[in-house]
Design a protein around this ligand. Structure first.
Ligand SMILES: C[S@@+](CC[C@H](N)C(=O)[O-])C[C@H]1O[C@@H](n2cnc3c(N)ncnc32)[C@H](O)[C@@H]1O
Length: 279
């Protein structure tokens, strides 16, 4: 499944303001004693999770951005250089300075379905991801959690889709559109049959069974009039997904879409963050 750098850029400020700050503060506290923690960001895309996390961490950090899309990894380096106060290219990626932080960034192309533990023998201090785990299957969750537990690694993941969006004002086609969208959301996304909205709960339960302490927090997108551009893209994405199911007529989809693109539409999209610490 591919994602465009423009879509990731559009959602970035909303993702950053939506994450749960209490869980992020616990990540900060956990890494506070490390001189230069190594952080693996899975499904890193264009690097939004680094930009949303790094300023809450210590002065020196090393990030490894893992993704299977080479164009997004190139975009990550470009966007990070633009975000930084200073940057210089290195053989592995970039070194950047931002607000007094020194961050070494490496990009790594890997398919997480083939290998859910791309850190190999180099055990990081933290495994993180944003907006990734709603793509995966229950079987993949089991493989990933077993790999984390084997290496006793903490996990911090944010913005995992966990429930249906609530659109406002109500529209007569909402129920039909939602039912079809949810059906499409459960489609295979490169990791086996998708666990979709259930993935984050499955992951928390699996890690608890492996001896982890886990904490889940809500991180919903609360989209208002000022987020009109994202609402338009989101509504288009819903319409395309619903078209694929062939469960709703084009006429109904068209009317719903026109209503949803009207200024003044608001939407709450359910997400969760998870912090899981090994015993
Ligand atoms: C919704 S995007 C999130 C990107 C980024 N974490 C963010 O918050 O903007 C999901 C990311 O997972 C990556 N991805 C999906 N399947 C993957 C796989 N099998 N292996 C590696 N990366 C994958 C995509 O290329 C994309 O960058």
């Amino acid at each position: 499944m591919s994602f465009s750098a423009e879509w990731l850029r559009l959602r970035e400020p909303i993702d950053h303001r939506s994450r749960d700050n209490a869980l992020l503060a616990k990540v900060t506290a956990h890494l506070a004693g490390k001189d230069e923690p190594v952080i693996y960001d899975l499904g890193a895309g264009a690097g939004s999770n680094l930009r949303g996390t790094a300023l809450s961490l210590g002065q020196r950090q090393r990030w490894v951005l893992v993704d299977y899309d080479p164009e997004l990894l190139s975009a990550a380096l470009e966007f990070l250089a633009a975000w930084a106060d200073k940057s210089r290219p290195t053989a592995a990626g970039l070194e950047i300075e931002k607000s007094g932080k020194l961050i070494r960034v490496e990009v790594k192309r890997a398919d997480l379905n083939a290998n859910p533990a791309p850190w190999g023998g180099q055990k990081p201090d933290l495994v993180t991801s944003a907006a990734l785990f709603d793509l995966v299957s229950e079987q993949w969750v089991a493989r990933f959690c077993a790999a984390l537990a084997r290496d006793k690694l903490p996990l911090y993941t944010t913005l995992v889709h966990d429930e249906t969006a609530l659109w406002s004002p109500a529209h007569e086609a909402d129920a039909k559109m939602t039912e079809a969208f949810e059906r499409d959301f459960g489609k295979e996304k490169g990791f086996g049959p998708s666990a979709g909205n259930k993935a984050i709960g499955l992951m928390a339960n699996k890690l608890q069974a492996l001896g982890y302490s886990t904490e889940l927090a809500e991180s919903p997108w609360r989209l208002g009039a000022e987020d009109h551009d994202l609402i338009v893209q989101l509504a288009d994405g819903w319409a395309n997904a619903v078209r694929d199911t062939k469960a709703v007529s084009e006429e109904v989809i068209g009317k719903w879409l026109a209503a949803r693109k009207t200024r003044g539409t608001t939407c709450i999209v359910g997400h969760k963050d998870l912090l899981a610490m090994p015993a």
